[in-house]
Design a protein around this ligand. Structure first.
Ligand code: MN
Length: 309
């Protein structure tokens, strides 16, 4: 079956994701499939001119919905390509280098490859863009971080954002200089002591601190909420737009998940859902959304039986 390429919306910046390693191919494929159910096509930026990644993506039956752009290594800054040895600074290297998008100075909607679209994102994003345009000096929007300690998303924009979903209308030269300087400083500190390793997420959060529009949690519903804050999950799930499979990925084996995620258990329901999308079990976005809303949360048992507060 051929899926026609439908323009997302004239009012919206391009949906973009990144892939840097072959291990994320299933993530990109499933994100693209979920977006396709809502008639959205996304271009994928393959960075580091990784031909293996490109070949793997092209093998998938998604060529009609994904546009693959290779970003040549030359586009990376010198200090990055020269400091990949010994895994030092790995966090900044393996991270999705979203800063390339900021440097392009073009508007974008960035989506992590471990997201799944669970309802139509167009209207909500159109509203966000309108809101941003009405606010003076706000060009970036993202969800605040979810804190396990408080079991809440942080309030306000004084603290960092989760970089899984970012709307950016433009990035000034001044901000790009700030990002580059912060990345260079972080790289140097990591070279001096690997314990100082940081993430691009923290760097971007710092650069745009108090200058970003905090998005509602439904734009970036973190999987941890499902297990650690089931009540909050039930409040958000009906409006959820993206679920973020941070940590262990649904396409990884249990052994792989164990290695990269201290909290890899208790997400089977969400992971099974991801696999349903991946294996094309939904024919329409409506079907997908309805099934998602009806998912049973096993962590909800205690609250269902008593405590109605
Ligand atoms: Mn992620």
């Amino acid at each position: 079956m051929n899926h026609k390429r439908i323009p997302t919306s004239n009012k919206l910046p391009t949906f973009t994701t990144f892939i840097t390693t072959v291990s994320y191919v299933p993530g990109v494929v499933c994100l693209a499939k979920s977006l396709r159910l809502f008639q959205i096509n996304l271009p994928v930026l393959v960075v580091y001119t990784n031909k293996t990644v490109k070949d793997e993506l092209e093998k998938q039956d998604i060529s009609s919905i994904i546009r693959i752009h290779l970003i040549p290594i030359k586009a990376q800054t010198d200090h990055e390509s020269s400091q990949t040895h010994n895994g030092v600074g790995a966090l900044l290297h393996v991270d999705s280098p979203r800063r390339i998008l900021f440097r392009s100075k073009k508007p974008f909607i960035y989506l992590d490859a471990d997201l799944l679209c669970v309802s139509n994102p167009v209207e909500p994003f159109v509203k966000v863009v309108e809101q941003m345009k009405a606010l003076d000096g706000i060009t970036v929007a993202a969800c605040t971080a979810f804190r396990l300690k408080t079991k809440q998303y942080n309030k306000g924009n004084k603290k960092g954002f989760n970089a899984g979903v970012i709307v950016c209308l433009s990035c000034s030269e001044e901000d790009n200089i700030k990002i580059d300087a912060a990345v260079a400083k972080a790289m140097e500190e990591t070279m001096n002591n690997p314990k100082n390793a940081t993430t691009e997420e923290r760097i971007l959060s710092e650069v745009f601190k108090e200058r970003y529009l905090p998005l509602d949690a439904e734009f970036n519903l973190i999987k941890r909420v499902f297990k650690h804050s089931p009540k909050l999950w039930s409040k958000i799930k009906d409006f959820a737009i993206f679920v973020h499979y941070m940590g262990g990925k649904p396409w990884q084996s249990n052994e792989e998940k164990k290695l990269c995620d201290w909290d890899h258990e208790g997400y089977e329901v969400l992971e099974d859902f991801w696999h349903k999308v991946y294996s094309d079990q939904f024919l329409t976005g409506k079907e997908l959304t309805e099934a998602f809303v009806l998912l049973q949360n096993p962590h909800n048992v205690l609250t269902a039986e008593g405590n109605q507060s």
